[in-house]
Design a protein around this ligand. Structure first.
Ligand code: FAD
Length: 500
């Protein structure tokens, strides 16, 4: 791939390279905000692999915001029992997050088990609703960037001109490599796992079956409404100890050996892969008009199920910022806050998943513990905030996730849904500030006088009973500012100077 400098005329606002979960989420956030977007993928068609098979609590909230939450819930499983076997004998059943219940501030106590192909299908459906279709069979082979935009070249010779290009093109990211951005970290060449999707007859689909022996393991995970299960296990190795590529026969041998049951029959494989642990992150996320998101920016172990979730959450952070810049609502400086906020989160995720991998490796050796050892509050990512950000404009909770809460006949998350900022007013004394800021910033701000007699929202936002206050919530549903009810003019001023 080549990168040189050239002048370009803008034909689309944003070109997204890669129609995986990150690229699709980004495309949805841009398209709904009125930005022109094209999304290309070199693959001739969408893949059908289960891969990253969970969306976590925070991603569920963001899917609600995109209007995809109900469809995801109807396609996934909220609670599944992990059945652990040792030497073929069932020794423990555990259900992650079974002891948690939704609260007014946190509507999802658990994530959803759902195959990645289905998550992507749902996102493509949302995107189609905005009139955008991913262009499959379209491989990026090079790009140039200049002062006005980017010109991308495809393998078939087509050229696409865009104001910005975002590489959501996976761990091997040709975009990242063309930029020369570093991807420091490590590859555990020896530690690997075979993985694939197969039919499995003779097993109870109420359980995620997990067999552990001294020197081998295999897990079979069912999916709602599908005859296919995801198999993850120890690879067979050649005489030199090198892992062999998986086949249906090697999967069957592994299951026979670990389960010690003759009745489990595997068939109809639709996907095989060998998964090696890579722990790496990009040195930067923005180079002029080109940005990186998702696996292109960070890869790590699957312990904790954060690969896909982190990419989706990158996209949710970046989407509104790019949309505001290309629509002239903000200066390009706003884009620097993407790296400022998400690079530390990537570093945190690498550390967390390393720690969870160690916990699960140790855990499965003990009698009462299984892969639920990966599950901690951290992997919900509900606690991820950007307190250090230049967009955290004041107040004790600036930068944090904006909690949900009752509001009139609905809830705050309904008010937040969309690409706008939301100014919440608590107490009648905030009404005038809401009116003034709402009029001044009508193109980017929605206002809401919080109607919550029981005080759930007040408590969640740390506002005292009877206190008049304003809380500004960003389009990606993080708190920008929490302040007194007399500072409406300051808020409007900040919103009109975004990125300056
Ligand atoms: C084999 C495998 C198994 C996995 N298993 C798990 C798991 O069990 N649990 C888990 O949490 N995560 C798992 N992951 C990780 C998870 O799938 C990723 O974190 C997630 O897919 C990242 O999404 P993304 O959109 O950033 O990148 P990707 O899903 O990798 O999408 C990148 C897209 O870019 C396209 N592309 C690449 N180069 C070009 C180009 N030059 N031009 C145009 N398009 C291009 C690719 O075709 C691809 O569709 C697995 C990943 C793989 C590959």
């Amino acid at each position: 791939m080549t990168t040189t400098t050239a002048e370009a005329t803008t034909a689309t606002d944003v070109l997204i390279v890669g129609a995986g979960p990150t690229g699709l989420t980004l495309a949805c956030t841009l398209a709904r905000a009125g930005a022109a977007v094209r999304i290309i993928d070199k693959s001739p068609e969408p893949h059908r692999a289960s891969r990253g098979k969970g969306i976590n609590q925070r991603t569920r909230e963001l899917f609600d915001d995109l209007g995809a939450g109900a469809e995801a819930a109807a396609s996934g499983t909220e609670h599944i029992a992990l059945r652990k076997y040792r030497d073929g004998v069932a020794i423990a059943d555990t259900v992650p997050f079974a002891d948690r219940t939704p609260t007014p501030a946190t509507p999802y106590a658990s994530g959803l088990l759902i195959p990645q192909w289905r998550t992507e299908e749902i996102l493509r459906g949302r995107l189609a609703g905005h009139g955008v279709e991913p262009e499959f069979g379209s491989e990026l082979t090079g790009f140039t960037q200049g002062a006005d935009g980017v010109v991308a070249t495809l393998a078939d010779g087509r050229r696409i001109e865009a104001a910005y290009l975002v590489g959501c093109d996976g761990g091997r990211s040709p975009v990242r490599k063309a930029l020369g951005v570093t991807f420091e970290g490590r590859t555990d060449a020896e530690e690997c796992m075979v993985i694939g999707d197969v039919r499995a007859d003779g097993l109870d689909p109420a359980y995620w079956h997990q067999w552990f022996d001294e020197d081998a393991a295999v897990m079979l995970c069912p999916f709602r409404g599908s005859a296919h299960w995801q198999l993850q296990g120890t690879p067979e190795r050649d005489a030199d100890g090198r892992p062999l590529a998986p086949t249906l026969e090697s999967f069957q041998r592994l299951v026979d050996r670990c389960s010690r049951q003759a009745g489990i029959r595997l068939s109809d494989p639709t996907w095989f892969s060998t998964y090696r642990i890579n722990v790496r992150m990009a040195g930067r996320l923005r180079t002029g008009r080109v940005l990186l998101a998702g696996d292109a920016a960070h890869v790590h172990s699957i312990a904790g199920g954060l690969g896909m979730n982190t990419g989706i959450q990158d996209a949710f952070n970046l989407g509104w910022k790019l949309a505001y810049v290309v629509r002239g609502l903000a200066a390009p400086g706003l884009l620097d806050t993407y790296e400022e906020e998400r690079l530390p989160v990537a570093a945190w995720t690498l550390g967390l998943t390393d720690e969870r991998l160690r916990a699960v490796t140790e855990g499965v050796k003990r009698a009462g513990v299984g892969t639920e050892a990966v599950i901690t509050d951290d992997v919900t990512t509900l606690g991820v905030g950007y307190g250090w950000s230049s967009l955290a404009w004041g107040g004790a909770n600036a930068g944090e996730r904006a909690p949900d809460g009752p509001c009139g006949d609905g809830r705050l998350f309904d008010v937040f849904a969309g690409p706008h900022f939301t100014l919440l007013g608590f107490g009648r004394g905030s009404a005038q500030a809401l009116t003034e800021a709402g009029e001044e910033c009508a193109d980017r701000l929605r206002t809401c006088l919080v109607d919550d007699p029981e005080g759930h929202a007040r408590r969640a936002y740390g506002i005292g009973e009877g206190e008049d206050a304003l809380v500004l919530v960003r389009p990606d549903n993080h708190i920008a500012l929490s302040t007194g009810a007399d500072r409406g003019a300051e808020i409007a001023g900040r919103l009109l100077r975004l990125g300056h």
